[in-house]
Design a protein around this ligand. Sequence first.
Ligand code: ZN
Length: 353
Amino acid sequence: MRAIHGFIATVGALLFGINAFAEDSAVSCRAGDRACAAQELRKNPAKSVAFWRDALSKPMDQRIAAGPKELVDLIALDNTVNGFPNKPRASTLSDDFMADVRGAFAALPDIVKRKAAPKLAGVYFVDDIGGTGFSDQIYGPDGKAAAGFIVLDSQVLKVQKANAWATWKENTPFKPDGSFTLEAQIEDAASDDRKQAIQYILLHEMGHVLSIGTDIHPPWNLRPRDVPLTRDYPYFELSWRVSLGEDRYVTRFDADFPQRRNIAYYFGAKLAASDMLATYESLVRTNFPSLYAATHPGDDFAEAFASYVHTVLMGKPFEIRISRDGGVVKRYGSCWEEARCAEKRRILEALLK
Ligand SMILES: [Zn+2]
């Protein structure tokens, strides 16, 4: 997740190392000038619904393309604001890669595509964004968040297969120790390919976009302490609270889930591999659909959406297997048939009616 502007899964820098410091040559800010970048970011045309009007009127499958220049600029500015070294550039997309992306989107349930149509300005490809996926809000003339876009890094995605990607991601919170290992399965062997990795990543980002302008959880560009106390956020309230003093989100499970605050995906694992078992044993006593869901209200919903569509609507597998010295000691599956996730499931069912 990006601090306040957008949501991001930071995979890219890890795979590609640190590049030259961003110069933001497309805009007038000096390299590393965060204040200037923040100001330019607010003025970026890709933040407004007007910029995306054409895209929003096209059929969904025509909203999948290389990122326009304005979007590349937006991500460069966002990287400067966040201190990321990555230097975004428009992707050159091969036909076989685009066929996988279009295929991944086309295979989604109709209800998901219908819900996305008015809200998703498109799926765009930019290289070296500093992650795999990025979603952000688009504002209407009244200043309210009305829609969103998804940016994916084709350089990162073109090398991923579904189960290897999921296994890699779910291992990142843990420091390897050679004894405890974790395997994730989101596809059967026959369909364990790049298209399915793209589909799962796309579903997660679509969850973020579908939450825009709703009461599912507070907008991700608000600091926790600025969340209006008078508003109801039914999904959020099932798990989350604001700690005003700390200006952070806490969960109602934190007393019995001591590992939660040390869940750090992608960079800088804070948990030991020997914590895997206890962490997942704590997780099943919560209503979070995945471990990543327990990191932030926005990712709670994006993970729930992806997991619900993937396992319930599409009937696909989801399993985390923890092994000790080669022997499986814990299996963690989709929670949608379990009582612990029933209330979240009702909200998802209502949304996808
Ligand atoms: Zn996310």
